[in-house]
Design a binder for this molecule. Structure first.
Ligand SMILES: *Cc1c(COP(=O)(O)O)cnc(C)c1O
Length: 346
C-alpha cells in the first residue's frame, strides 16, 4: 500500500464549474466506483456545485449519495419488482426509471404517487419503451404518478452521430405530451441544436465522465516503491519461478489486482512507435513480458510477472536509474475500474 490519487483541487473545481456553466440543466452522474473518486465524494461535490438532481446507477448506491447530497436522486437502472421498497424518508427524493409497461403499475402499487421518468428505447437496445408504450404510459403516469420526464440513453457515438436519432426521439417525447427529457452522450453542439429546435422541451444532460474526468491533467496517480532488488541474468524470481534473461532490478511497487490493475495497461498509454522503441531498448516485450501501467522517469516499465493482490513486481532494465524505497512513481490507470487506497484533493 498505497495506491494514491492526487487531485489538483483548484484545477478540478475550475473544470467542474466550467462544465456546469457550459451545460445548462446538467445532471451529474455518480455511480460504480465513482469514476475512481467514490460515489460519496461525488455526491458531496454535486452538493457543492449546487445541482438540483444527481443520478446514481443503482438502488444500492442511494444511501451513500443521499446522506451527502440533498436534492433529487435519479436512479439510472430501471425499476424492477425485485427492488426493495424505499424508506419513506428517502422515497420523496427518488426518481425511478420505468422501462417496461408492467413495471409502472407494480411500482405505484408499492409506492403510490412515485416520481418516475419513462425510458424510451434507443439504438443502444439496453432498456426502454417503444414509442407506442411511451405514449400509453405517459398518460397513465400523469394521472397516477409524478411524471418527471422521459429518459433517453444514447450510444457513445462518433462526434455528432447522435443528432438524427435524438431528433426522432424528441418527437416521440413531444408526441407523448412530456416536456422534460433526460439525455446522455450528446455533444455540446448537438445539445445546442436540440435546444434550438425543441425550445419548449427542458433538456437535462446526464454527464459522468466528461464532468468528473474531463480534465485528466488535474489527476495524478502514484504508487510507492516498497522494495528494490538487483538481479543477474539467470536468477529466478516471482511466484512462478521465472528466470531473468538479463541483469537489471526488480521493483516491488504498491498496486495490484485488488486495486483493479490488470495485466494490460489502458489504451492510449504509449504509441506503437513508443512501444517498439521500448522493445528495442529492453528487448523485454520480445520475451513475453507485458507492459505495466507504471512509469519511471518517463519510461514505461514491464511487469516481471502478473500483478499480485496488492503489489506488482516490475522489471527495470540494466542501466536505468534505480528508485529508492519510499519513492512514489506514476502510473496510468483506467479510473472507472480502479480503487485507490488514498484520494487526496488539495
Ligand atoms: C453512466 C450513464 C451516464 C453517464 O455516462 P458518462 O459516459 O459517464 O458520461 C448517463 N446515462 C446513463 C443511463 C448512464 O448509465
Amino acid at each position: 500500500m498505497t495506491l494514491r490519487l492526487t487531485v489538483d483541487g483548484t484545477r478540478w473545481r475550475d473544470h467542474l464549474r466550467s462544465v456546469l456553466e457550459e451545460t445548462p440543466g446538467l445532471v451529474p452522474v455518480a455511480k460504480g466506483n465513482g469514476y475512481g473518486l467514490t460515489v460519496g465524494s461525488l455526491a458531496r461535490r454535486a452538493e457543492w456545485l449546487g445541482s438540483d438532481a444527481l443520478a446514481v446507477g443503482t438502488y444500492a448506491e442511494l444511501p451513500e449519495a443521499a446522506s451527502r447530497f440533498h436534492g433529487d436522486l435519479l436512479v439510472l437502472t430501471p425499476w424492477r419488482p425485485y427492488e426493495p421498497t424505499l424508506e419513506a424518508a428517502l422515497a420523496h427524493r427518488v426518481i425511478h426509471t420505468v422501462s417496461r409497461p408492467a413495471d409502472l403499475g407494480d411500482l405505484l402499487a408499492r409506492q403510490p404517487g412515485a416520481r418516475v421518468v419513462l425510458e424510451r428505447m434507443t439504438s443502444m437496445r439496453r432498456h426502454g419503451l417503444s414509442a407506442a408504450d411511451l405514449w400509453d404510459l405517459a398518460g397513465q403516469a400523469r394521472n397516477r404518478a409524478r411524471l418527471e420526464g422521459v429518459a433517453i440513453h444514447l450510444p457513445m457515438g462518433a462526434q455528432g452521430a447522435n443528432l438524427a436519432e435524438a431528433r426522432a426521439l424528441m418527437d416521440d417525447v413531444i408526441g407523448a405530451g412530456v416536456t422534460t427529457v433526460w439525455v446522455s452522450h450528446l455533444t455540446a453542439a448537438e445539445l445546442a441544436t436540440l435546444r434550438q429546435q425543441y425550445a419548449d422541451l427542458t433538456i437535462r444532460p446526464r454527464v459522468g465522465t466528461g464532468l468528473w474526468l474531463g480534465d485528466r491533467g488535474a489527476f495524478e496517480v502514484t504508487a510507492v516503491v516498497q522494495d528494490v532488488h538487483p538481479i543477474d541474468r539467470g536468477d529466478t524470481f516471482g511466484y512462478r519461478g521465472r528466470t531473468a534473461l538479463r541483469a537489471g532490478h526488480l521493483i516491488i511497487a504498491s498496486g495490484g489486482t485488488a486495486h483493479g490493475l490488470g495485466l494490460t495497461a489502458p489504451t492510449g498509454a504509449g504509441s506503437l512507435k513508443a512501444r517498439a522503441n521500448a522493445a528495442a531498448r529492453g528487448g523485454l516485450d520480445a520475451v513475453g513480458l507485458v507492459r505495466s501501467p507504471y512509469f519511471l522517469d518517463g519510461q514505461q516499465l514491464v511487469f516481471a510477472e502478473p500483478p499480485h493482490m496488492q503489489a506488482s513486481m516490475l522489471l527495470l532494465p540494466h542501466g536505468a536509474r534505480v528508485p529508492d524505497v519510499g519513492e512514489r512513481i506514476p502510473l496510468r490507470v483506467r479510473y472507472t475500474t480502479t480503487t485507490f487506497d488514498e484520494i487526496i484533493v488539495d
